[in-house]
Write a protein that binds this ligand. Structure first.
Ligand code: ATP
Ligand code: MG
Length: 161
């Protein structure tokens, strides 16, 4: 199924509006992305991926942090980048965050609530789409999660115009 991932992301942003307002987060798209970004995939599952990634960006970022989503066309694929200027993840933990129930700094995470399943679900869904998630993170600076999806048919049509 082909769908507009820009619209999907807008819907997810809306779900976090209250939390974002409370923390005075600056949540938006990178400038310059087109009105529509058509990709191929399972809408429901990709919605779950976006929800989990944006939930984390909101949860693990302090007041006035930035949360951004960007879409980068790469031939037959579109790369999706979810980034935040939040607390970041220590290097020794980065490779483990996709494990079920793994949470960085248990005491701090406990206050924030959650089960440690969000990213395990993301990894599982990405495998079902024959793709994976890459993470880059720096403690005190923020985190960036990237994954690729196949571009949809309409997307190709636009490229040819
Ligand atoms: P759940 O998603 O089940 O509510 P959770 O958020 O703790 O719980 P995951 O989404 O799997 O679980 O994330 C695992 C851990 O990775 C988190 O507990 C947190 O320590 C760390 N983490 C994930 N995303 C970020 C982020 N954007 N910034 C900083 N730390 C993060
Ligand atoms: Mg989570």
């Amino acid at each position: 199924e082909d769908f507009d991932i820009r619209r999907l992301t807008e819907e997810v942003f809306d779900q976090f509006e209250n939390k974002a307002e409370k923390k005075k987060l600056d949540m938006s798209f990178e400038p310059g992305i087109p009105d529509e970004v058509i990709v191929h995939g399972d809408w429901k599952r990709i919605n779950q991926v976006m929800t989990n990634l944006i939930s984390n960006a909101v949860k693990y970022s302090g007041e006035k942090s930035k949360v951004r989503v960007n879409f980068i066309p790469e031939g037959e694929f579109v790369e999706i980048v979810v980034s935040d200027t939040g607390e970041g993840i220590p290097e020794k933990d980065v490779k483990r965050i996709f494990e079920r129930f793994y949470r960085v700094d248990k005491s701090r995470s406990r206050e924030k609530g959650g089960t440690g399943l969000g990213l395990a679900i993301v990894k599982h869904i990405m495998e079902g789409h024959n793709t994976k998630v890459d993470v880059r993170s720096t403690v005190g600076k923020g985190s960036e999660f990237r994954f690729k999806l196949k571009a949809g048919e309409e997307h190709h049509a636009l490229d040819e115009v």
